[in-house]
Design a protein around this ligand. Structure first.
Ligand SMILES: [Zn+2]
Length: 176
């Protein structure tokens, strides 16, 4: 009796799934886009909001496109990696920071004293009742984090960047 019920139940489920597939669910599936090939600058992008959503993880989308902030000490890169490498924008692949300028600031986010030349743009941000300087990717306009003037070294700057807005590429060691 139980088995028969189960079979009916299973068939009902298959029927349902089949129906929803035919009702255009597959048509809504986005073709993958190679973000690094998309033409864009920090003010305009050929991608729609929906395309961004489909090409980023929910966390990346929330930070890069909606100016969100990850909770401190939760990101992948808040401690300087043991090996040297390059950080690229998770939205478009633009090289934005290198480990050479990264330092452990103990604020819970990856911190850098400088960005790569022409890789970022800065904008005054008055949200949340504070006056801060927002850091955006110069290529895709994605929100990366903020820059403060309490950093060490010659620049005195601390670029406080969300881990999820970046992808770390370890340097390849070439044998001589
Ligand atoms: Zn970008």
């Amino acid at each position: 009796m139980n088995t028969v019920f189960f079979v009916y139940y299973a068939m009902f489920f298959v029927f349902l799934t089949g129906c929803s597939d035919r009702s255009g669910k597959q048509g809504a599936q986005a073709a993958p886009i190679l973000l690094k090939d998309v033409k864009m600058d920090n003010k305009t992008t050929e991608l729609t909001d929906l395309q961004w959503k489909q090409n980023l993880t929910p966390t990346q989308y929330n930070i890069l496109r909606k100016k969100g902030t990850e909770r401190p000490y939760t990101g992948k890169y808040y401690l300087k990696p043991k090996k040297d490498g390059t950080y690229v924008c998770a939205g478009c692949g633009n090289i934005i920071f290198i480990t050479g300028t990264q330092f452990n600031s103990h604020c819970g986010w990856p911190s850098f004293t400088a960005a790569e030349l022409n890789s970022i743009v800065e904008r005054k941000d008055t949200s949340f009742g504070m006056v801060r300087t927002e850091v955006l990717c110069a290529r895709c306009g994605g929100h990366l984090g903020h820059v403060f003037d309490d950093g060490p070294g010659p620049t005195g700057l601390r670029y406080c960047i969300n881990s999820a807005a970046m992808q770390f590429d370890e340097d390849e060691i070439t044998e001589k």
